[in-house]
Design a protein around this ligand. Structure first.
Ligand code: ADP
Length: 605
């Protein structure tokens, strides 16, 4: 049996062609009745039986016409398959009378009647082939009644001429069946091709629709992004211009500088949110699952938002839990941070609740963030997951966010293999919920609080920076210098190797991903690591810094656990990453390591 849609299409086409022939068949059968009655008229054997037989033939012909009318009037009264079956039944009734009536020819005194009747039957058989040949059921039921009685009776007459006629008729019966097989195959191939073409057209239309939707979404995304990026840039431009004004006092300069810093931070925050999303979409975000205590994560996020909640007079309640989960603590922290930040922002009174619900699951539970805030109308509950969509911020005031939090949260939860659920009603608060997996207390290797302890100092550390952009190299060298590091800058891999050969042994190597002459940071880091290994210095930590989102190589690096920072990198982020890497390198006994897969690096993802 074929795949359902194709079989259905074949059946529907079959019904159409089978029934389309019926009006012509009606007249053909009246013609057959007229011819047969006239050839038997001179010597009609068993007149009553003959009248009953041909009366039945006439009634069957009217019944066939009735069936045709019903199908025209109520085409959906039954399935296509059932219309086909009914048509086959019609064939049995219609063809049995002329087929079996050849018996009268053998009981007539007219010697040529069997031959004349056979000629009539062959004509009818051609009609069966033409109008029912596409369907096995209709063809076989029709052709058997038309030809088989004649073949049997001709053979049984023990007359040479009639036996020859029986043989010819039997051959005709076989041949017509063979032709009908290829006729059916051809018909099925034609329908199959039509269905394929139709499906192709439908899928193309669907793909076109998806592509248009994606293009529209991107246009909306860029329109909103460019507006939100222009605002702080515009402000920075104006403020920077005022720095040149000689009439401005020192105090006003200080104020302007503070405004510039504020706008740069806003810009940076927006960039980071956009890049977070882009990273999630490009698949370079690593999921590193650890066994950890959920209450440590709750406490960590809670402590960040408790002051903001308290400032608005809100209670932030964290339900105690002893559950150990097996999930990515860094990504979960980002999910919870976004949800809590929204809960605080959109709640004016009452409380915010964070906790775990088992929800009847043995292998995990659901983290819930509830608030008693303004709630979200049902019509907005899907749109709020679109990038840059905000329910009520027509002025696009940056202080009220950018509409990127929930799209990021949804993708993060999906990346972790779950689904984000929302329950909310205007004025009745909101509940966001997503699943977590249960972990193994024996598998806990680090406490989440470990990663927030102050790392080893940067003072006196030797750092090798590789970047082909002189201004970035200059900025990086100065920044690291201010932290007390001893820095060597190199514009490419060759200069970096030269620094090593001159005896510079780094504690850290920072490398840009896209270097000049089509070299990549990954290649440069490999060369540096190899050179260090040869000279017996393997303790340096390595870090890639990139503005590249989609490179397949980046995805590979991410999969290998090589720490990658995405531009723009804030000084705090860089320092924190370096400290964590040094901390881990020291813990690992300063073994030469590039593999940091076990380190939950907040900055790298
Ligand atoms: P934003 O940075 O603007 O908060 P989000 O993507 O996080 O962007 O949220 C999109 C919109 O969803 C917000 O503008 C807000 O209207 C609505 N929203 C999100 N969380 C809540 C909540 N807890 N209560 C009410 N509305 C919310």
């Amino acid at each position: 049996m074929r795949a359902d849609p194709v079989q259905r299409a074949i059946d529907e086409d079959l019904v159409r062609v089978l029934y389309a022939q019926n009006p012509i068949a009606f007249f053909t059968h009246w013609f057959a009745i007229a011819v047969l009655v006239s050839i038997y008229w001179v010597d009609m054997p068993y007149p009553h039986l003959f009248a009953a037989c041909f009366g039945f033939y006439a009634v069957a012909n009217f019944a066939a016409l009735g069936l045709w009318l019903c199908r025209r009037r109520w085409p959906n009264a039954m399935t296509a398959r059932n219309w086909i079956r009914l048509h086959a039944l019609r064939g049995v009734l219609l063809y049995s009378a002329p087929g079996l009536a050849i018996w009268f020819a053998f009981h007539s005194r007219q010697a040529d009647l069997p031959v004349l009747h056979t000629v009539m039957l062959v004509t009818l058989a051609a009609g069966v082939f033409m109008s029912n040949g596409f369907d096995l059921l209709n063809f076989s039921t029709g052709i058997i009644f038309v030809l088989l009685p004649a073949i049997v009776l001709l053979f049984g007459s023990h007359n040479f001429d009639r036996t020859i006629l029986a043989i010819v008729l039997a051959f005709f019966f076989c041949a017509i069946n063979v032709y009908a097989i290829s006729y059916r195959k051809l018909f099925q191939r034609v329908v199959q091709a039509r269905v394929d073409q139709q499906q192709l057209a439908e899928s193309l239309a669907e793909q076109k629709h998806v592509a248009e939707e994606a293009s529209l979404a991107k246009t909306r995304f860029f329109a909103a992004a460019s507006h939100d990026l222009r605002q702080p840039l515009h402000a920075i431009g104006l403020l920077a211009a005022s720095l040149n004004d000689v009439a401005v006092t020192q105090a006003q300069h200080g104020k302007t500088a503070a405004h510039i810093v504020h706008n740069v931070e806003a810009l940076n925050q927006l960039f980071n949110q956009v890049l977070d999303l882009a990273r999630l979409e490009s698949g370079v975000t690593q999921v590193i699952r650890l066994h950890f205590r959920l209450d440590e994560l709750f406490e960590r996020v809670g402590s960040q938002y408790r002051p903001q909640a308290a400032a608005k007079g809100l209670a932030l309640r964290i339900a105690p839990t002893t559950m150990v989960v097996h999930d990515d603590p860094v990504l979960l922290e980002r999910v919870l941070s976004n949800l809590l930040s929204n809960a605080v922002r959109y709640t004016e009174e009452g409380a915010i609740w964070v906790g775990l619900r088992r929800g009847g699951r043995r292998d995990g539970g659901y983290i819930e963030v509830r608030d008693s805030g303004i709630g979200i109308p049902a019509v907005e509950q899907e749109r709020i997951f679109e990038e840059f969509y905000q329910v009520a911020n027509p002025q696009r005031d940056a202080c009220q966010g950018h509409g990127l939090g929930l799209p990021t949260v949804r993708r993060l939860v999906e990346l972790l293999g779950g689904e984000l659920r929302l329950r909310s009603a205007p004025g009745r608060g909101s509940v966001f919920r997503f699943p977590v997996r249960v972990g193994d207390p024996g598998g806990i290797v680090t406490s989440l609080s470990d990663t927030v302890v102050t790392g080893p100092s940067a003072q006196g550390r030797r750092v090798l920076c590789i970047d082909d952009d002189p201004s970035i190299l200059e900025g990086l060298t100065r920044l690291l210098g201010r932290w007390g590091c001893i820095v060597r800058g190199a514009r490419d891999e060759t200069l970096a190797l030269q620094a090593l050969s001159e005896g510079f042994v780094p504690d850290a190597v920072l490398c840009d991903f896209q270097l000049a002459n089509h070299r990549t940071g990954a290649q440069a880091l490999t060369a540096v690591r190899e050179a260090l290994r040869r000279s017996g210095h393997e303790g340096a930590v390595m870090l890639l810094i990139t503005g590249d989102m989609a490179s397949g190589e980046l995805a590979t690096l991410a999969a290998q656990g090589i720490p990658v920072l995405h531009k723009p990198v804030t000084p705090a982020r860089l320092r924190r990453t370096l400290e964590i890497l040094w901390q881990q390198a020291e813990r690992d006994g300063a073994a030469g390591n590039l593999a940091t897969a076990s380190c939950p690096l907040p900055a790298s993802r």
